[in-house]
Design a protein around this ligand. Structure first.
Ligand code: UDX
Length: 460
């Protein structure tokens, strides 16, 4: 099928490239012509593992191309995925102006019937507004539009694998033809008929995705409800971690046991600095606003948000307590991205921590395996360093703020040798307290018993 993808951000690029790799003919478009220029010479504007290979292979097969002409994309495609950004307004509501713009462009360019699919995360009832907008903007050219919602559940860092191996494909439709078209689009994924770019030579056996057909409003709600629930799990684990600190428990033991109950599940129960990124925080905020606007007080989610915001202060307080005086201390930071395998620093807890410590007069030396370039534009007055061992050199404290695998695997004995004072604050609970103690670190994390490297002996 001929498909168009409008918006070449992370969701649009993954969607367009994977659909093209699976056999569809895809034309992707963006208002940012510099971005299209980059894509046309095979350069990716974002870091997403595996996406370069998929894009290259789909382009080489002649199934993926890029244009800054949205009208052309809208004219040639049978189905159009809207993947533009819906950033938060000051009120916390989603800004839908890009969707409105795209609707206007599609409606005025189309000369034949189109299925227009919302892929961007949007509040419930956007589908209805979109259908109305397409009718109004396209009233003079006679093309008929059908609207559908097809929320994405892609995680940054593993988005390509998630696209090829989803747990569920949700399609919100209001007529059988839209359902048929969406089934056709996703048939290769439902039948496992694609060359998987993530698992070589063969994908591990797994149940195929559930193809779930719902109303448009349900599909829109599913996205917000799912992301908000993930945030809720994390904040819940974080409050349990606080309790463990007060009562002497170990949050890892508690959440592990909780997660063994299949009704709870083991994922998203890792305590630490909390969630960041461009999805969870903004989706929760938008969901709270949407509920409020329709007379439902989602107090539960307000608390999830409050717990998450407070993690930063709690961590900075741990740093203050451990360092005593923060001013003029050299503090090394490992990890700036909001999570591993991405260079995305939007709403990253690490960035907030760094800013707070700069404000308190510390000297910051920061690093990340891939996010340094992006961080340069938002962090001023810090020293950027590539090498983790260099970050530790002479430092009064080292903070671990993103759970990169590379950091778990560092030579911690060497880090210990490099540091001025072997003080390690692990904001992601990724290292083993007993091992760190053995190596001589003064080690602090969230909700796990503190083991001092030099225990004070109390004589009786
Ligand atoms: C999320 C959803 O998972 C995905 O389905 C949706 O399509 C987009 O939003 P993403 O933003 O890529 O994906 O990040 P995710 O993997 O969900 O992690 C979010 C944040 O939570 C990260 O900052 C991570 O470090 C943190 N986190 C995650 C925890 O603090 N604890 C956990 O147990 C899990």
């Amino acid at each position: 099928m001929r498909l168009a993808v409008v918006g070449c951000g992370y969701v649009g690029l993954v969607t367009g490239s994977c659909l093209a790799e699976a056999g569809h003919e895809v034309i992707a478009t963006d208002v940012d012509s510099a971005r299209i220029g980059m894509l046309n010479v095979g350069r990716l504007p974002i870091y997403e593992p595996g996406l370069d290979r998929v894009m290259e292979s789909a382009s080489a097969a002649g199934r993926l191309r890029f244009t800054s002409d949205c009208a052309e994309a809208a004219r040639v495609a049978d189905a159009i995925f809207i993947c533009v950004g819906t950033p938060p307004l000051d009120s916390g509501e989603a800004d839908l102006s890009a969707i409105d713009n795209v609707a206007r462009q599609i409606a005025s360019a189309a000369r034949s019937a189109k299925l227009v699919i919302e892929k961007s995360t949007v509040p419930a009832q956007t589908g209805e507004q979109l259908r109305h907008a397409l009718q109004i903007y396209g009233r003079s050219n006679g093309a008929a539009f059908r609207v559908a919602s097809n929320p994405e559940f892609l995680r940054e860092g593993t988005a390509v694998g998630d696209f090829f191996h989803p747990d569920r494909i949700v399609v919100g439709v209001e007529d059988p033809e839209s359902e048929r078209q969406l089934r056709e689009i996703y048939q290769p994924f439902l039948e496992g008929r694609f060359h998987c770019p993530v698992h070589e030579p063969k994908c591990p056996p797994a149940p195929g995705p559930v193809f779930l057909v719902t109303t448009i409003a349900s599909a829109e709600l599913i996205k917000h409800a799912s992301n908000s629930f993930l945030g809720l799990k994390i904040s819940y684990a974080n409050v349990i971690a606080d309790l463990c600190e007060r009562l002497g428990g170990n949050v890892e033991e508690v959440t592990r046991a909780m997660g063994l109950d299949p009704r709870i599940g083991p994922h998203f129960l890792n305590a630490g600095l909390g969630f960041g990124g461009f999805c969870l925080p903004k989706d929760i905020q938008a969901f709270i606003r949407l509920a409020g606007k329709h007379g439902v007080d989602f107090g539960l989610l307000k608390e999830v948000e409050a717990v998450n915001k407070h993690r930063i202060e709690q961590f900075v307080e741990k740093v203050r307590r451990a360092l005593w005086v923060v001013k003029e201390k050299t503090v090394g930071v490992l990890g700036l991205a909001f999570k591993p395998n991405t260079d995305d620093i939007r709403f990253a807890p690490a960035i907030d921590v760094v800013r707070r410590l700069i404000a308190e007069g510390a000297r910051l030396r920061v690093s990340d395996p891939v996010a340094i370039e992006r961080a340069r534009s938002v962090l001023k007055g810090v020293e950027f360093v590539e090498d983790a061992y260099h970050v530790a050199r002479g430092a009064d404290a080292l903070l671990l703020l993103t759970e990169w695998r590379e950091y778990r695997e560092l030579d911690w004995k060497r880090i210990h040798r490099e540091m001025g004072r072997p003080l390690l604050l692990d904001g992601r609970n990724i290292l083993a307290p007993a091992k760190m103690k053995e190596l001589g670190f003064e080690y602090h994390s969230f909700g796990r018993p503190e083991l001092s490297a030099n225990p004070v002996l109390v004589s009786s």
